[in-house]
Design a protein around this ligand. Sequence first.
Ligand SMILES: Cc1cc2nc3c(=O)[nH]c(=O)nc-3n(C[C@H](O)[C@H](O)[C@H](O)COP(=O)(O)OP(=O)(O)OC[C@H]3O[C@@H](n4cnc5c(N)ncnc54)[C@H](O)[C@@H]3O)c2cc1C
Length: 441
Amino acid sequence: MPAPLVTIQSSTHLPAQADVVVIGGGIVGACAAYFLARRGLQVALVEKGRIGAEQSSRNWGWCRQQNRDARELPMATQSLSLWEEISAETGADLGFRRCGLLYLSDDEAEIAGWAKWRDFAATQGVTTHMLTAAEASARGAATGKPWKGGVFSPSDGIADPARAAPMIAAAVIGRGGTVHQFCAARGLETEGGKISAVVTEHGTIRTRQVVLAGGAWASSFCRQLGIAFPQSSVRSPILSVMPGAKGIPDALHTSAVSVTRRGDGGYTLAVSGLASIDPTLQQLRFARSFLPMFAKRWRVLSPGNLSGLKAGHETLKRWALDQPTPMERMRILDPRPSRRAIEMILERARQLLPELATIPMQAAWAGYIDSTPDGVPVIDPEAGPEGFLLAAGFSGHGFGIGPGAGRLIADLVAGDRPSVAHRQYALSRLSRGAWGKVSEF
Ligand SMILES: Cc1cc2nc3c(=O)[nH]c(=O)nc-3n(C[C@H](O)[C@H](O)[C@H](O)COP(=O)(O)OP(=O)(O)OC[C@H]3O[C@@H](n4cnc5c(N)ncnc54)[C@H](O)[C@@H]3O)c2cc1C
C-alpha cells in the first residue's frame, strides 16, 4: 500500500494566461500558490501527477524548529504560525497541532549537541527544554527503559502529510486560482531574456512570473534553461502501523527509530537519515559537491539500485517542448522501499516500544528526498531569466517549513518586503567551493 493521500479535483480549463505559474504541487508549490492567490494574483498551479503525491505525502509530518540550521530557523518559526493561520483561514483540517517533539538519547555527545543548540535557540527566542535523566525516562515511559537525557520542544508540532498539500491546493481554487493535475510543465519561453510563457503538455500559459517548486525534478528542469543546480536525492524508507497502541508520545525521536502519531491513531515509523543512494547521471555530475554530506551520513546511507536511473528525475538529457518529457513518463515518483530496511524499522520500533509488539503493519513506502550540498534549500528569484524563481532542495525539512517558504516566495514574486531574510537561500552559494558548511542538524 502506498502513502495515503487525499485527492482533489483539478480546475476545468487551463488558463491562456496567468500572473504567476507555479510548477510543482508539493507543499512548497501549494503554499506559494496559496499566498499568491491570497494577494489577489491570478495563479495557475501545474502538477505533473497528483497534488502532494511525491515527497510531500511521504514524510513523517514533523514541523520543527528543534535542531534547525541557523539559516532555516526564522522560516521554521514563522511556518509554525502559518500552519495555524492557513488552517484557520481555510477551515481545512491539515492535521496540524503543536504536540511538541520529544528526543531521547543515551549518547552524551548527542545530548551535549542538543544543549548547544538549545543555547543558540534561546538567542533566537526559541524555547526548548533539556531533560534530565529522570525527566527523559518519565516522558519516554512507553519505552520501558531509563534514558540518560533528552530534549522537548513544546512549540513544535506535526501536520498530516496525506492532507496538507491537497487541502492547501484546494484553497488556492477557493481564492480564484486554478490547479491542474496530470499537467507537466515541459519548459519555459522567454522574450528578451524575460519569462513570457510556460509550455505544458496541455497548452501554453502566457505569464511573466514562474515559480519552479519541482522537488526532486528541479535540477533536470533547470538544466533545460542552462542553470546548474546541484541537487541530489536519496531514497528513504518509511512505514505505518494500524491504530491501537496506547501511551506512545505523538512525536518521538531516538537514534534507533522515530515514531509519529497519525490522524487515524496509527503511527508512522522511520529511522532518521536512513536512505539508499540510487546512482544517477546527475549524481555523478554533482558528486564532488555532495561527497561531504554523504561522508557525514555514511552510517545511515547505503548503496541503492537502478530505480533512480529508471525513474528519470535526475536525467542529464535535454528534451523538446513538443514531445512527451520524462515528467510525463513518470507521473509520480513512487520508489520501492528496501524490504530489509522496512523489516529493520519495524523490529527496532517493536523493541523500543512494547505497545507496538502486536500492532500490524499498515503500509510501507519510500520517497526520494531532494537535497542541496549544504542541506539548506534554494529559494532564489535571481537564479535564471527575469521572472523565474527557483524553490527546491528542501533537504528533508521542506514539509514543516513549506508554509514559510510559500510565504517568502509570494513576497519575492509580488515584490513585497520579504517576511524572512532570504539571501542565504541564493543558488550562487552552491557554485563549486563556495557553499561553506554542511548543515549541522
Ligand atoms: C521519508 C521522508 C520523510 C520526511 N520527513 C520530513 C519531516 O518529518 N518534516 C519535514 O519538514 N520534511 C520531511 N521530509 C522532506 C519533505 O517531505 C520535503 O522536503 C518536502 O515535501 C518537499 O516539498 P516540495 O514541494 O519541494 O517537493 P515535492 O513534494 O516532491 O513536490 C514537487 C512536485 O513537483 C512536481 N513536478 C516536478 N516537476 C514538474 C513539472 N515539470 N511539471 C509539473 N509538476 C512537476 C512533482 O510531481 C511533485 O509533486 C521527508 C521526506 C521523506 C521522503
